[in-house]
Design a protein around this ligand. Structure first.
Ligand SMILES: [Zn+2]
Length: 473
């Protein structure tokens, strides 16, 4: 692709003064307000159609850091005081719509996706603003609306109790903890203990990984599981359709392994029973798959052999705002990062100016930028693997066959990467975020690149820790 657009390196957002706790009490009630809407359009149009407002329970987010200083995300939601215009709250995010609009289908037809924005319930009338990131990384408002929290248009009915909220590891006040809520889908009522075992196994893997390990005391973990009519979740390519409580399904965007839910309202009503900052949706299936969208949620197949890896990798997307560092696997996106632009994600770069690399401070003196690695040798292995994976998919291979294939590439690919002279060092290695040539990643290997390592690279680790810092104080 020809890089013709003027680009800008990711710049730090203007310093924003965090509101003191007394300001929070003056401006907000301490509960959570949810704004539901339909996000619709095609490759060239984008519209917001409001659906309604819903009062949820206690606000689980920070009460001292109310505006988003991280500046991650394709979109940003901003709440302003209707009287004075002051920014009261803001949050960057990504969405299913934001991914879908980069697929081929968006060139042919319109679609609508149900979305929600949750924010602390304001005491007075506010204006709501949805902004989208431009190619130079600045923000452009594309929708605004009004919200009077005292109006009859806010649904204040109690949230329906379903499934039961299970405290897995609750350490303290939601206001000063990261509240992680795991929602199970595809377990029957009789399989509740199996679900709880899976939650312990997978959160155990997460908290064995840095930076989560050293920050474990900053997390509360809860789980909810509403019983499904039969085990498993929908698998359209396998001809399997099940009406599960949050309707997780494989084959999103017609990609077999991509598991999402489009039933946002059902999911939000179930989740609203517990305080939460982050959601992970678990599916009772051995079929390999998952997904993760920044500040939306992560999904994970609980019983696939690499489930622990999928759980941590997808949470890297949804919680840390991390990009995929791989570039060869089949995806539906036709241009995920517009040509010639610097990605907003903290762990990939177009490397237009090595001196201003956004993780420059983590690069040791003497490390060349870009940093050499034998991409051709790795690609040769990977192309052969992707071909066999495609053949297995076409032949509708069983889970054991697919797992054996993944073990094989892990052994050969992992050994290949470990031989690289700059292995384990931070640099800028060509290939990342679905782009083999135009984008660079921080390390030879990372949880966001392959299934080989058990650690995030230092750049990803730091990005995740910054998110923890914004929620746990
Ligand atoms: Zn990384």
């Amino acid at each position: 692709m020809l890089a013709t657009l003027i680009t800008a390196l990711l710049s730090c957002p203007a310093a924003q003064t965090a509101a003191a706790p007394t300001d929070f009490a003056a401006r907000f009630t301490g509960r959570t307000l949810r704004f539901d809407y339909h996000h619709c359009g095609d490759a060239t149009h984008e519209q917001i159609a409001p659906d309604g407002f819903r009062l949820e329970g206690e606000w689980a987010g920070s009460r001292t850091q109310l505006t988003d200083a991280l500046d991650y995300g394709k979109y940003r939601f901003v709440v302003r005081d209707a009287a004075g215009g002051a920014t009261l709250w803001s949050q960057g995010f990504c969405s299913i719509y934001g991914e879908w609009e980069t697929t081929g289908e968006a060139k042919r037809q319109w679609r609508a996706f149900h979305e929600s924005q949750r924010f602390p319930e304001p005491r007075n009338a506010v204006t709501l603003h949805l902004e989208k990131r431009a190619n130079d990384l600045s923000w452009r408002e594309f929708w605004r609306g009004e919200c009077d929290p005292a109006s009859r248009f806010v649904d204040r009915s109690p949230v329906t109790a379903r499934g039961g909220v299970m405290p897995i590891d609750v350490k303290g006040d939601p206001a000063t903890k990261v509240d992680l809520l795991i929602i199970g889908d595809g377990w029957t009522g009789r399989q509740r203990d199996d679900f709880i075992d899976d939650v312990h196994r997978l959160t155990g893997a997460l908290f064995a990984t840095e930076p989560f390990q050293r920050r474990r005391g900053d997390f509360n973990v809860r789980a909810i599981m509403a019983p499904a009519p039969q085990p498993g979740v929908a698998d359209p390519r396998g001809g399997k359709f099940i009406d599960t409580p949050i309707r997780l399904q494989f084959n999103a965007f017609d990609l077999d392994r991509y598991m999402l839910t489009f039933a946002n309202r059902e999911l939000r009503e179930l989740a609203a029973q517990a305080p939460y900052d982050a959601l992970i949706l678990l599916a009772n299936t051995r079929k390999y798959g998952g997904g993760g969208i920044y500040n939306l949620w992560a999904t994970c197949a609980a019983d696939t052999e690499p489930a622990a890896y999928v759980f941590v990798h997808e949470f890297g997307h949804s919680f840390g705002g991390l990009a995929d560092e791989y570039y060869s696997s089949q995806v539906a996106y036709e241009e995920f990062t517009p040509a010639g632009t610097e990605p907003w994600e903290p762990n990939v770069t177009a490397l237009h100016d090595p001196a201003r690399l956004k993780w420059r401070d983590l690069v040791a003196a003497g490390t060349p930028l870009p940093t050499p690695w034998d991409q051709a040798a790795y690609d040769e292995l990977d192309v052969a693997y992707q071909k066999r994976r495609a053949e297995a998919l076409a032949a509708n291979a069983d889970d054991a066959t697919n797992e054996a294939l993944m073990r094989e590439i892990k052994a050969s690919g992992g050994a290949q990467l470990a031989k690289e002279p700059w292995f384990g060092q931070v640099g800028a290695f060509r290939g990342g975020a679905y782009e083999p040539t135009n984008l660079y990643r921080p390390s030879v290997d990372c949880i966001m690149f392959t299934r080989n390592p058990t650690a995030f690279c230092p750049v990803c680790e730091r990005a995740i820790e910054r998110v923890i810092d914004t929620l746990a104080r």
